[in-house]
Design a protein around this ligand. Structure first.
Ligand code: 5AD
Ligand code: SF4
Length: 442
């Protein structure tokens, strides 16, 4: 069966063209195929630019088209990335409620995570020949690689289409994953992100020998030449002491956990069938922070789930205030065919109200992200160099172990790990200059 089709339109400068190549590589590695017409695509992406009004006008036309295509085929997913999306981040969903995902420059990887976690997986793009086949390589190999560790999901989140159509979780054998990590490293990868719907339940289905996610972390960390290891996403129900301890013990395992919350209201969490409540989530956060105090915590939150009252939403806001996330991906609830929640007809939250709530939530999240980012100012951090800065070609760009994007002055090649002294920090990125010291501290 053919994979899902995508159509990507790129606006603006060379940097966007470069980013679009990365997006294409990412999509192709996930099994998507490019189509010439947006009207035929399952995934319509616009990599936007905010520099000129003409780009705005062209974008408005493209968005209008995308909206029409989606009206004709409701399963179509619309994503907006790039500078315009970044500059309008608080308003994108309010102004264009048909947009499913928005991401700024430098967050291309988040698009991958969204696509893997969301309903799209259901529609059959993981058409790999079993697990023995290699994942298709990105068009361009970069120092940061992805590795699919499992498909399917054993959870039954009521808003999510993945379990109903992708079936139960199937893990790839640990030996295959280690071999693949070795291959990736031999081709230049220094960082590997392990991907799965619920990475913590990895390996429970493997026979004759069951495996655990912590075991997999240990095995991949031991691969010669791997500098950084990440994973996405754990389920708050399952992230346990062993995995948290791995963050302390394994040198390559980065100081960042993406822990999807979805809602701060125990009532809504129950309706979502998330199998944890507000208190349990907070306990997990406390456990993580006790082990690794400076760790970055990011999350996914859905607003406007059916039955979400103002009081429930306040619970989400207060939890976000309390935890102080380093970043959060916020989504307006959208009913997906065949899911339990799509059948709920009572107390549906209007798109306008959901947009208004998401705006309030983004404000809280950005405030905490900004505050949290200040802890890096005045410190030297290790940066994996990605290329030129998007806004200033004389500067470079990379990512820290805490998963913060960094723009900095200095001379370095993509794929190098260098040390950068941070002199400013915002909710979205850090700024600084490369030091002359060869190896970076962690
Ligand atoms: N509506 C809105 N957001 C959703 N997500 C998954 N399904 C839906 C849905 N039906 C979000 C969740 C998940 C993220 C990748 O996508 O927050 O963690
Ligand atoms: Fe969907 Fe929940 Fe499984 Fe994530 S854990 S894929 S949200 S059912």
């Amino acid at each position: 069966m053919a994979g899902l089709a995508y159509h990507l339109t790129t606006f603006g400068c060379q940097m966007n063209v470069h980013d679009s190549q990365r997006i294409e590589g990412l999509l192709e590695s996930l099994g998507y195929e490019e189509v010439a017409e947006a009207s035929l695509a399952d995934l319509i992406l616009l990599n936007t630019c905010s520099i000129r009004e003409s780009a705005d006008r062209r974008l408005a036309t493209q968005l209008g088209n995308a909206k029409r295509f989606k009206a004709a085929r409701p399963g179509v997913v619309i994503g907006v990335g790039g500078c315009w999306a970044q500059s309008l981040k608080d308003e994108v969903f309010a102004r264009y409620p048909f947009v499913d995902v928005a991401f700024g420059p430098g967050q291309v990887d988040q698009l991958g995570a969204f696509l893997l976690s969301d309903s799209l997986t259901a529609q059959g793009y993981f058409e790999f020949e079993g697990f023995t086949a290699d994942l298709p390589m990105r068009a361009k190999q970069t120092a940061a690689a992805w590795m699919q560790i499992s498909v399917g999901c054993n959870q039954r989140c009521s808003y999510c289409i993945v379990p109903s159509t992708r079936g139960l979780e199937r893990s790839r054998p640990l030996e295959d994953l280690v071999a693949e990590a070795e291959r990736l490293v031999s081709r230049g990868a220094r960082e590997i992100t392990l991907l799965g719907q619920n990475v913590n339940s990895y390996g429970r289905d493997l026979r004759p020998q069951r495996r655990s996610f912590a075991e997999l972390l240990v095995a991949v960390d031991a691969v010669d030449g791997i500098d950084r290891l990440r994973y996405m996403s754990p389920h708050p129900q399952d992230i346990g002491a062993e995995v948290i301890a791995a963050h302390v013990e394994l040198e390559s395992l980065c100081e960042h956990i993406h822990l999807p919350l979805q809602s701060g209201s125990s009532k809504i969490l129950k309706a979502m069938r998330r199998t944890y409540n507000r208190e349990r989530y907070l306990e997990r956060v406390a456990m993580i922070r006790e082990a690794v105090p400076e760790i970055s915590l990011t999350t996914d939150i859905i607003v406007g789930f059916p039955g979400e009252s103002e009081e429930d939403f306040q619970q989400t806001l207060s939890l976000a205030e309390q935890v102080k996330f380093d970043a959060a991906y916020t989504f307006c609830y959208s009913p997906r065919r065949g899911t339990e929640a799509a059948g709920i007809a009572e107390r549906v939250v209007s798109p306008e109200l959901a947009s208004e709530r998401i705006g309030r939530l983004i404000e809280v999240v950005q405030r905490s992200a900004h505050q949290r980012a200040q802890r890096f100012v005045g410190h030297r951090v290790e940066v994996l160099v990605e290329g030129h800065s998007r806004t200033n070609l004389e500067r470079l760009r990379g990512r820290t172990r805490h998963n913060k994007a960094v723009n900095f002055d200095g001379i370095a090649e993509p794929g190098e790990l260098i040390e950068v002294e941070i002199d400013r920090a915002s909710s979205a990125s850090l700024g600084g200059r490369a030091t002359l010291v060869a190896s970076a501290t962690r």
